[in-house]
Design a protein around this ligand. Structure first.
Ligand code: ATP
Ligand code: MG
Length: 305
């Protein structure tokens, strides 16, 4: 069996806390769209995590690494669907879990481009009872974290939905959530792309040129509208992951779908029209800045067989 081993830097309490959170959650949660934790090791300062090896690495490598074979439109939708299934599973579990670190580098791919979420170090139990959020220290990754979470520390499953919207934008545009090599507004993908997402005629301007125009225009527009809903500054307006998933599955459904799946598609469309985007001011200025306590990257991972 081929495995991937992550060796954590001996960096004190936060590192240990995350290691423990990862072991606790991944030890209990099992789903085809979550990476399998095969084992772990704690010996003094040394902490290891052993996972199933994901042969195609992370989505980040495929989208952004120089020289990577471009992903087709169909593969991009497949990857989005797999990741949405993983998040939906966490949010709709009997004891809901907020993932909190949804980003392209944490979406791992198998040989058939099935996605699995990895890195549960920041996962957090969702609110219980009538509560809509849990209050917590702001952690996560710059460019992906929801604005209300960054501003107030209020974390809800809708924070994950926002991050999902950012990854959808990365899939559409082939650009990173934050790119310091760009100038001005183009450094922040959400700020830059938002004005184009709801405009059928302008959408092509933000589409990944590596797709060379090989994508269905209507499908791209539906996907962009979905991203816009996920990125709504107001958390409660964002769709639930089950609704996001239904909309994405509709995009990948074959044209001559059977009657049953047409009925399912109708349900999905209805679900989405209930969560139409309202117009909101952009969260400019509230997005995480350099001084925010958002996490930098964690320790690198080694693979072995
Ligand atoms: N199970 C795995 N199988 C194969 N490759 C993996 C596996 N887990 C991680 N990787 C690869 O190792 C890289 C580094 O992972 P790691 O989680 O340490 O950092 P990251 O996700 O890039 O950033 P962060 O520390 O912020 O999560 C991933 O981006 C991915 O390419
Ligand atoms: Mg990671």
């Amino acid at each position: 069996m081929v495995v991937a081993v992550k060796k954590l830097k001996p960096e004190g309490f936060q590192g240990h806390k995350e290691w423990l959170t990862e072991v606790t959650y991944l030890g209990q949660l099992h789903h085809p769209n979550l990476v399998k934790l095969i084992g772990y090791c704690l010996d003094g300062e040394n902490r290891l995590l052993v996972y199933e090896f994901m042969p195609k690495g992370s989505l980040e490598n495929h989208l952004f690494r120089r020289g990577a074979q471009p992903l087709s439109w169909e593969i991009r939708i497949k990857v989005a669907i797999g990741a949405a299934k993983g998040l939906r599973f966490l949010h709709d579990a009997e004891s809901p879990v907020i993932y909190r670190d949804f980003k392209a580098s944490n979406i791992l791919l198998d040989l058939e481009f099935n996605s699995k979420l990895s890195d549960f170090g920041l996962a957090k139990a969702g609110p219980t009872g009538d509560r809509t959020h849990v209050s917590t220290q702001v952690m996560g990754t710059q460019g992906y974290a929801a604005p209300e979470y960054v501003a107030t520390g209020r974390l809800s499953s809708k924070s994950d939905v926002y991050s999902f919207g950012v990854v959808l934008l990365e899939l559409l545009s082939g650009r990173r959530a934050v790119d310091k090599s760009k100038i001005g507004i183009e450094q922040n993908l959400v700020e830059w792309a938002k004005p184009y997402l709801g405009d059928k005629r302008k959408l092509f301007r933000i589409m990944d040129t590596k797709l060379e125009g090989q994508y269905p225009k209507k499908g791209a527009y539906t996907c962009a509208s979905l991203a816009l809903q996920c990125l709504s500054p107001e958390a409660k307006v964002r769709p639930r992951m089950s609704e996001v998933l239904a909309a994405l599955e509709q995009l990948s459904a074959p044209k001559n779908a059977s009657k049953t799946s047409q009925a399912e598609q109708k349900t999905a469309t209805n679900a989405l029209s209930r969560t139409q985007v309202r117009s909101h001011p952009s969260p400019s200025g509230r997005t995480p800045g350099g001084a925010s306590p958002l996490l930098p990257r964690r320790s690198p991972l080694h693979s072995s067989s």
